[in-house]
Design a protein around this ligand. Structure first.
Ligand SMILES: Cc1ncc(COP(=O)(O)O)c(C=O)c1O
Length: 398
């Protein structure tokens, strides 16, 4: 008899984006050229000044345990970032550095949610949210939003979901997978609705620096003075500085929440990687020209992708205001046959696109939104060009 798994093991499924990435890698290992748009990971190298800071940290002996909540220099720098740039007065004691924003979200949920609590999640939502909520014993309450609503949660829909068990609202603007960014008026209206309840907020702002044209992100906790006490803000360096592998994210929240998160880390993971913390410090305090460069590249790719999608037969897409995803409405293909495969849902569509066109996308169902396929355009132009040529052929096939 093997070792029995805890009941908890049934609560989570492997991340669908990572699973699609793994399938794409499996095909690549067989020598097949896969046009990979599954992963939300900038293709750029980590900026040279950040790399240099890491080498310097290693050579300077910064290779030991650090305080569990992160080195004082980085916590101070994050506190300064929120105080000066986001208009949210922040003390270092409110900041916890973790092994990526995903880890920060897990720890934040562990700090405030438990059995009997409900967490309101507007869909489409980032793949990990509902499983991370379930791990705490709380119940995710998914509120579907439609393309016609701009994939945004209105104050009315939020208030209709609130009951005495409601503990937290999770919001993500700019959003993965839709790229949607709430306007200032929309997010203030939602914030004011939140303030009429006892519900707290986890605001995942990991794509805050990646917005297009005149679109502006907002720091939710800074919108009203009363929000700081009930909001946990999540961000990190992965997306802005092409540092996905370094695993540095953070949470900014009320001191007791931050203290618990630090204590949790002290028992579970100790500190985030010492060298990565010094690199992240350089990323956020050093020159920002690489951020401007990457943003300009993403802007070009976004334009290219939107122009190409417009020409794809039957496919539509709401223009993303931020992040680097196109959330394509593929519903018109349902009930049809593409390359000999019957397409009845977004999983069929994505599996057929991968097998027949070698294009890796992620099915909308993984984000709580059937009828869509997510394309990440954090990949180079050449791959995008080949990808759209392959998709055009695939969509014209029967
Ligand atoms: C919305 C959202 N939040 C959090 C994360 C996690 O980022 P990190 O690499 O810092 O764990 C991602 C990564 O895909 C994301 O899209």
């Amino acid at each position: 008899m093997g070792l029995g798994l805890a009941a908890r093991s049934t609560l989570i499924a492997p991340s669908a984006t990572l699973a699609m990435g793994a399938e794409a890698r499996r095909l690549k290992a067989k020598g097949i050229e896969v046009l990979d748009f599954a992963l939300g990971e900038p293709d750029f190298d980590t900026p040279a000044n950040v790399q240099e800071a890491a080498f310097k940290a290693i050579r300077g002996g910064q290779t030991h345990y650090t305080p569990p909540a992160g080195i004082a220099e980085l916590r101070d720098a994050v506190a300064m970032l929120y105080t000066r740039q986001h208009g949210l007065p922040t003390e270092s004691s409110q900041v916890v550095i973790s092994n990526g924003a995903k880890h920060s979200i897990h720890n934040a949920l562990m700090a405030v949610c438990g059995p009997g609590d409900e967490v309101i999640i507007p869909a489409p939502y980032w793949v990990s949210y509902s499983d991370l909520v379930k791990l705490t014993g709380a119940t995710p309450i998914v509120i579907p939003t439609t393309e016609a609503e701009g994939f945004k949660l209105s104050p009315e829909r939020f208030l209709a979901a609130v009951n005495p068990r409601s503990k937290l609202l999770m919001i993500n603007s700019p959003s993965n997978p839709t790229g949607v960014v709430y306007s200032r008026d929309e997010i203030i209206a939602l914030a004011d609705a939140v303030l009429t309840t006892n519900v707290g907020v986890l605001s995942d702002e990991i794509y805050e620096q990646l917005t297009y044209g005149s679109v502006q992100p907002t720091c939710f906790a800074a919108l009203r003075p009363e929000l700081a006490d009930r909001t946990i803000t999540i961000s990190g360096v992965s997306k802005t500085y092409a540092m996905t592998g370094w695993r540095i994210g953070w949470a900014v929240g009320p001191v007791p929440v931050a203290k618990f998160m630090g204590d949790l880390q002290s028992q579970e993971t100790s500190n985030p990687c010492s060298v990565s913390q010094w690199a992240a410090l350089e990323a956020i305090t050093g020159p920002q020209d690489s951020v401007a460069f990457m943003k300009a590249e993403f802007t070009k790719r976004r334009r290219f992708v939107l122009d190409k999608i417009e020409k794809l037969p039957g496919i539509e897409c709401l223009a993303p205001g931020g992040a680097f995803y196109a959330f394509m409405n593929v519903r018109s293909t349902f009930g049809s046959t593409l390359s000999g495969r019957t397409i009845n849902n977004s999983t069929d569509f994505c599996l057929a696109a991968l097998a027949e066109a070698n294009v890796a996308l992620v099915m909308g169902s993984a984000f709580g939104a059937e009828g869509y396929a997510r394309m990440s355009f954090a990949t180079n132009m050449q791959t995008l060009e080949k990808g759209f040529a392959a998709l055009e052929r695939f969509l014209s096939s029967t």
